[in-house]
Design a protein around this ligand. Structure first.
Ligand code: DAH
Length: 349
């Protein structure tokens, strides 16, 4: 019996080697210590052991049981440690790795420029009015004093739609749309898209965005001086308080007198560079006093009413403000370009 027990011990301890698998450990535990196990069997067979040997055999069984249990405990603790170690290395999270950035959409620079322009004008008391992109000859040309043979009315320059309709070539149609149904005094800005039969180049596009701004009141109440004052204020609000502004006599069919407006070149600060063609000035918009024929065309007596108007290109304003020298960049939707113009805290340029 003694030898049998020693054999059970020897085999169990041999099998419970340092690197015994958990399966093997469990197998030994069940075989040696289990209810149907080898040591239980010995205890059950104690009747066959001569009585004088029983205490010794009992002690031996107990000793082996304690020894095997202790060994299993040591191995189990080691296995648990190894499992933890494994989990720590395998499931480690490196918090210094760059995260997954979710890209956030943003407004197009032309949208930002347009919003900024409107914000300034609204703060100055102008009201925003939407007018149609698809127009007739009267609102786009005739009422604005374009003579019948004017080149702008040519197929070469204008997109014509069916039934005498056309895509507006400028937002000055807004003056006619507003003045034909409202009495002065009024101060209005008409933003919108315009269309001309131009190629997409560095400086031109078949579709672009303009704003026509006009103020009309009883005669003497809105003069050229008001036009100058509003324009200087407006341009300094958009381009910066130190912006220099200059007026040059010009011609438009719908204004008399007319003036083109220049700002001091933002790039060279007036010293002269390639962009301003060495003049130190950049043309920014057209303006003038609304022509008496325009007021007459919409039923207002030019002896009683007077007003000013100016028209600007949003792309041009944005290009000068942002230092962009190729108009096509705005329309190519290249994110590397667009991402350079985040909205500021105010939500605009
Ligand atoms: N309508 C002109 C254009 O398309 C711009 C313009 C010039 C608008 C003078 C005006 C103005 O209101 O007074 O180029």
């Amino acid at each position: 019996m003694r030898e049998k027990l020693e054999e059970i011990r020897r085999r169990a301890l041999a099998e419970l080697a340092d690197y015994a698998s958990t399966d093997r450990i469990e197998e030994v535990r069940v075989r040696v210590l289990g209810r149907q196990g080898e040591l239980t069997a010995v205890m059950r067979g104690m009747r066959e052991v001569p009585p004088e040997q029983r205490p010794e055999i009992g002690r031996l069984v107990n000793e082996i049981k304690v020894q095997v249990e202790a060994r299993i405990e040591v191995l189990a603790a080691a296995a648990a440690r190894a499992a933890l170690e494994h989990a720590l290395t395998q499931e480690r999270v490196d918090v210094t790795l760059p995260g997954v950035r979710s890209s956030c959409g943003r407004f197009h620079p032309l949208t930002l420029a347009g919003e900024r322009i409107l914000d300034i004008l609204v703060a100055m008391g102008f009201e925003i009015v939407d007018t149609p992109d698809i127009e007739d000859d009267f609102h786009n040309f005739a009422a604005l004093n374009f003579p019948p043979g004017h080149p702008a009315r040519d197929m070469q320059d204008t997109f014509f739609v069916d039934a005498g309709l056309l895509l507006r070539t400028h937002t000055s149609n807004g003056q006619i749309r507003v003045l034909e149904r409202r009495r002065p005094p009024l101060a209005v800005v008409c933003p919108g898209n315009c269309f001309r039969r131009d190629e997409l180049t560095v400086r031109s596009s078949p579709m672009f965005s303009q704003m026509d701004v006009f103020m009309v009141d009883e005669i003497g109440r809105v003069t050229m001086a008001h036009l100058k004052g509003v324009l200087i204020e407006f341009l300094r609000a958009f381009f910066g308080p130190d912006t220099r502004v200059r007026f040059r006599a010009s011609f438009f069919p719908f204004t008399e007198p007319s003036a083109e407006v220049d700002i001091g070149c933002l790039l060279c600060g007036g010293a002269g560079c390639r962009v301003c063609k060495q003049t130190g000035w950049t043309e920014i918009l057209g303006s003038g006093m609304i022509h008496p024929n325009v007021l007459r065309a919409v039923g207002h007596d030019p002896e009683s009413y007077q007003g000013f108007a100016f028209g600007l290109g949003v792309e041009r304003m944005a290009m000068l403000k942002l230092g962009v020298d190729d108009l096509r960049l705005f329309f190519e939707n290249d994110h590397r370009f667009l991402n350079q113009f985040p909205a500021t805290d105010e939500g605009v340029l």
